[in-house]
Design a protein around this ligand. Structure first.
Ligand code: FNR
Length: 170
């Protein structure tokens, strides 16, 4: 089993995606196995009960649920929008919670964020932790946050800190 690394922004030059890759770089260095998942894998129609009744859970969300189930833990690096969770991420969590098998239950989830702002997206992660608690995931105490994010600050995220971040829950 390996760690599933997910970015929470589909933007081409996403800072959160860059942090995800920085974490992958550190995982490589410390021999930690992982699988990178593109944020496009989170794409699905906004949850709607009538849609679910008519068409069931979208295939993309069933695939995502299987990826989560197969992972030893999930690293989710997600942007903060208006002090909270990105709609892409929230919607994917909601849909996955509708897939039989409780993919989130007892799953170890490690959270990260990047933002050009000075708080680095930590307020969104506090909300994300609450939401994941509701679906019975285990969330790690330490976040991987990159405030004032740009290519340089992301590249200089401390590798020893990130190694410690990655082994949480082992
Ligand atoms: C933002 N951004 C932002 N940043 C932050 O630190 N706190 C916030 O509350 C918000 N709110 C917010 C709302 C909306 C609607 C947008 C579009 C943006 C800025 C955000 O962190 C920035 O655009 C990041 O670059 C988005 O992440 P990616 O796409 O670079 O990964």
């Amino acid at each position: 089993m390996s760690i599933l690394l997910i970015g929470g922004s589909r933007r081409k030059d996403s800072l959160n995606s860059k942090v995800k890759h920085r974490i992958a770089e550190v995982a490589d260095k410390f021999g930690i196995s992982y699988k990178l998942l593109d944020a496009d894998a989170l794409d699905a129609p906004i949850y709607h009960g009538d849609f679910e009744d008519a068409e069931g859970v979208p295939e993309s969300m069933q695939v995502l649920a299987r990826e989560i189930q197969a992972a030893s833990k999930v690293v989710l690096v997600s942007p903060e929008y208006n002090s909270s969770v990105s709609p892409l991420v929230k919607n994917a969590i909601d849909w996955v919670s509708r897939v039989k098998g409780d993919a989130w239950k007892d799953k170890k989830v490690l959270l990260g964020a990047a933002s050009p702002g000075g708080l680095g997206g930590i307020r969104g992660l506090m909300h994300l932790r609450d939401i994941l608690g509701n679906v019975q995931a285990w969330t790690a105490p330490n976040f991987a946050i990159c405030p004032n994010a740009n290519d340089q600050t992301i590249a200089s995220m401390d590798e020893n800190f990130l190694q410690g971040f990655l082994v949480q829950g082992d």
